[in-house]
Write a protein that binds this ligand. Structure first.
Ligand code: EPU
Length: 362
């Protein structure tokens, strides 16, 4: 395994933004990973105690224009093992190739709604990726990690991972863990989740139940209409998380914006001013005041009018107001400045605080 110096990180991210990594290593096995970690921890006097950042598909990061003054480890640990309905995948596997394999080759149900999400298998548990009413946490059985502090391999159960909405233990307490493999429990006879508005509309009028492959194809088509083509435009997907607030706070918002939509954890269950049942949302909630999700895309579009708005080389995508795009030559500074403007506008107009979903590095 080679440790390279001064490697430009922009091409390793889907945003196509970011300066140089001082050191950069591509690892395809635990042994190589240990070698890279040893280099950063006890290399020569000059390189000892370097900070480490682990890069997967680079699809949810904004790397600083100054780059990363440490060691970037690109996780390329591959391999897929099938044990009936349990499938174990290496962290470096491309996420969508993995989903295609489970759906099209194995006929297993569970991941079809998560089709066409950029990134790697190892990144899926970190932010508990989700789309069309399904989250990675629904099928993750365990996550195997390399603990940078103890330098040992450990296995975390689904409960240990403390999954929440775009959240997990890997974002804070276990930030010093490098994901090696993820085990998913899928099912041969499960039911596809078709409750999300976009999928309902896609299959409207269909009397029979669509096959898993049809659901995957539908998700791919719906996404293609909303997200930019990554081969042409840089983006990290949804730039902000959706707004999660107690229902009482949502009712206050409704007084000012009577058409503001909101959903419980199951997006098909609109709660606009209506009574609601229990939610599985990660945000703290009392039984009489459940947390609801207000689409930040709606606020950016309908309240702040940011849809399709450009600031230099950066803009909010014309088909989806939550997706920040780099039209070419954009910088992390431009992104941060625009993000601050957006956060400020939302605060001023609604009183609500929005948080980036994208991870800022360096
Ligand atoms: N909307 C607008 N204007 C827009 C876009 C959306 O008003 O320009 C409103 C519509 O009312 C729509 C609602 O916002 O019904 C929600 O929009 P959408 O269904 O497109 O999804 P989202 O809430 O913006 C989330 C995830 C996506 C995921 C989609 C589909 C977050 C932050 N984003 O977006 O995940 O693919 O749902 O399930 O949770 C990602 O995390 O990077 C990501 C792309």
């Amino acid at each position: 395994m080679k440790i390279q110096e001064n490697v430009l990180l922009a091409p390793y991210t889907t945003f196509k933004i970011g300066g140089n990594a001082r050191f950069f290593a591509q690892v395809s096995s635990v042994a190589e990973l240990e070698e890279a970690v040893a280099f950063a921890k006890e290399g020569s006097d000059e390189t000892r105690h370097l900070p480490i950042f682990v890069l997967g598909g680079g699809s949810n990061v904004l790397i600083s224009d100054n780059g990363f003054d440490g060691l970037v480890i690109k996780n390329e640990i591959m391999g897929i093992v099938e044990e009936g309905e349990r499938i174990i995948a290496g962290a470096g596997e491309n996420w969508d190739n993995f989903v295609r394999y489970t759906v099209e080759e194995k006929g297993l149900n569970g991941l079809e709604n998560l089709s066409a999400i950029p990134g790697t298998v190892g990144a899926a548990p970190v932010q508990n990726i989700g789309a069309y009413g399904v989250e990675a946490k629904n099928t993750i059985e365990w996550v195997e990690v390399y603990n940078l502090t103890t330098r040992k391999i450990e296995k975390l159960s689904n409960a240990d991972c403390r999954f929440g909405y775009r959240d997990s233990i890997f974002k804070d307490e276990r930030k010093n863990n490098i994901i090696l493999r993820v085990s998913f429990l899928l099912s041969k006879n499960g039911k596809a989740m078709l409750e999300y508005k976009d999928l309902k509309m896609f299959f409207a009028g269909r009397a029979d139940v669509p096959s898993l492959c049809e659901v995957r194809d539908a998700v791919i088509k719906v996404r293609a209409g909303k997200f930019p083509d990554l081969s042409k435009i840089g983006t990290a997907g949804s730039f902000f998380k959706n707004i999660v607030i107690p229902r009482t706070e949502y009712q206050t918002l409704l007084r000012k914006f009577p058409t503001a939509p909101a959903f419980l954890a199951d997006p098909s269950r609109k709660v606009q001013g209506s009574t609601s049942t229990s939610s599985q949302n990660s945000v703290q909630e009392k039984s009489n005041d459940p947390a609801v999700k207000v689409p930040t895309a709606w606020v950016l579009d309908k309240v702040c009018n940011f849809k399709g708005v450009r600031r230099g080389n950066i803009g909010m995508f014309e088909n989806q107001a939550l997706v920040m795009v780099n039209y070419g030559g954009g910088t992390a500074r431009e992104v941060r400045t625009f993000a601050e403007e957006i956060i400020f506008c939302v605060k001023q107009k609604t009183g609500l605080t929005i948080y980036p979903e994208v991870e800022f590095v360096g």
